[in-house]
Design a protein around this ligand. Structure first.
Ligand code: ZN
Ligand code: FE
Length: 239
């Protein structure tokens, strides 16, 4: 079993610690800030052997050098942009390993052009960075609506029970937009209420599942790229 622990960083990032008890191996996903990630790994007695990056943005890679200097971790990340301290370039079809678990790499451009996701089929988990958020998706900084539409389609084509681990706590703001985009959806209204309660108690709303996203994420539910583009544009200025 993979143990997956969130480390809150900055104002709304989550750095994920991934630990395989059987082998004792630990990886850090997107250490934007090394300090809190290393402190949590240390507190748990988990020696860090790897860093996996989903895309180049500094809130995801800013701690790479420090994690590597402190632990000797091997850094794996996308190939299309400069990733600090990178050792292993990951393109479509590449693999990362932790213990007996294999994570396959898919390219999911849209938020950035270099964005990748790591899918551990056997464990039923995927690290999706800033591509898919609970009830939302990343902004299109570099890619096109067509690319992001296809990236979301690939992620939500995974089995329904797959646990998705995004890199930000954006769920409440996304849920408010979702309720605006689909005012007649009981599933969205129900999830909005649940998310509000969680956040009022300072609790995390992640991970999410493919099934929940298919039901309550308007970007995933968009019928085609132009429908998606219209929603994304509307969300960019929504408050
Ligand atoms: Zn980003
Ligand atoms: Fe980010």
């Amino acid at each position: 079993m993979l143990e997956i622990v969130p480390v809150p960083a900055f104002s709304d990032n989550y750095i994920w610690l991934v630990h395989d008890a059987e082998s004792g191996e630990t990886a850090i996903v997107d250490p934007g800030d090394a300090g809190p990630a290393l402190a949590e790994a240390d507190r748990r007695g988990w020696p860090v052997g790897q860093v996996w990056n989903t895309h180049w943005h500094p809130d995801h890679t800013g701690g790479n050098l420090q994690v590597k200097a402190a632990t000797g971790a091997r850094v794996s990340g996308p190939t299309r942009r400069d990733i600090p301290a990178i050792d292993v370039p990951l393109a479509e079809g590449a693999e990362v390993r932790i213990g007996r678990y294999v994570g396959r790499v898919i390219e999911v451009p849209g938020h950035t052009l270099d964005h990748i996701a790591l899918i551990f089929d056997e464990a039923g988990v995927a690290f999706v960075g800033d591509t898919l958020f609970a009830m939302g998706c990343g902004r299109l900084f570099e890619g096109t609506p067509e690319q992001m539409f296809e990236s979301l389609r690939r992620l939500t084509a995974l089995p329904r029970e797959t646990l998705l681990y995004p890199a930000h706590e954006y769920t409440l703001s996304n849920a408010l937009f979702a309720a605006h985009a689909e005012p007649d959806s009981a599933a969205i209204a129900e999830r909005l209420a649940a998310v509000k309660a969680l956040r009022e108690n300072g609790k995390i709303t992640l991970p999410t599942t493919v099934a929940e996203e298919r039901e309550t994420n308007p970007f995933v539910r968009a019928l085609n790229p132009s429908d998606f583009a219209r929603l994304r544009l509307e969300k960019d200025s929504f408050r």
